[in-house]
Ligand binder design. Sequence first.
Ligand code: ATP
Length: 374
Amino acid sequence: MSAAVSAFNELRLDGVGRRFGGVDALTDLDLTIRAGEFIALLGPSGCGKSTALNCIAGLLPLTAGSIWQDEKRIDTVAPEKRGFGMVFQNYALFPHMSVRRNIAFGLQMQRLSRPEVSRRTDEAIRLVQLEEHVGKLPGQLSGGQQQRVAIARAVVLEPALVLMDEPLSNLDAKLRLEMRTEIRRLHQSLGLTTVYVTHDQEEALSLADRLVVLRSGRVQQIGTPEELHARPENWHVADFMGYRNLLTLTATEVSGGRVAVEGAGMQLVGTACGDGVREGQVIVALRPDDVEIVDATPSGNAIRARVELVEYQGKERAVEARTGAGQVIHVRTPRRVAPGDDVTLTIDPSRVLVYPSTDDVGELAVPTLDRVAS
Ligand code: ATP
């Protein structure tokens, strides 16, 4: 461990908030990060992800709450004294220094002995597989290689916590995937506690042990990838987690966890999410890969629709089908279908997630013939 750092068991954010002028960028963030965890802060642009990360880093003073490293309050500690490593989307490498010197620089600043600097620099170079490029200047490297230098430079200091803000957003799709694997590998081999900001739900799901979904500066849900994938806590999280079908329907009967819903030419049985589901307007969320195309009409949850668009995506197809009432349903299927085909869709009641309607439901511009007509 480097001189400034002491490892911790947990880092606790307690009611953390940050205002800019009259605007709340982050409100009441409670989060306990356990040592070794990989946490992703996820949400749409402007939801407060970077603000949260910068508060943890100490680059932004809090306007509410506190941050604790075990029993020690750290939100009043200067950023450089926190001993956290940072990796940003613009790599901020020293352009006139070789790869090796860029990586060794932080260790030299800590006045470690030469052999120690050399040993740890070699190890970091090996970890990010830059052995062949040690003598080059950053300008002679590809984007992905530069980002690896930035990562090596942060991890070589063995920080108590690594903070990453959209580190892959400047890379092309293929490199992004490669670096994602690399970051996960590094995390596993070093066991570094990491907080990672991204707006890419796939990236967050594939990397993180737990995700924190933010919206308008507020936590919407904290959970494992499996939890968020299977059971988003509200329709905004569902929207963000790839439930492309968000339908404004009417609940006609709520009984225990079961809800009967209808509208847009459909009658479905679904599952109530949360206690607030009542008869009347609700939001129904369906994942395209939970919607099946079937040959025989099932006894329940059958939707008749006509295929309009088919997009080939490797093993599967992304299909848009429209019901007689004009509702578009997104389906992901291994089946071969073509535009114009009449199909029967079905979905298991456990995967028809029914949420209470909210005031901002107008954000859902669901095109149905009912609406067009009214
Ligand atoms: P992105 O993905 O676009 O980077 P984000 O989720 O990281 O977005 P933040 O950068 O944390 O969002 O910003 C949250 C809110 O705070 C936004 O509305 C932003 O305009 C505002 N904000 C951020 N920094 C400042 C600042 N220095 N002064 C005023 N407002 C700010």
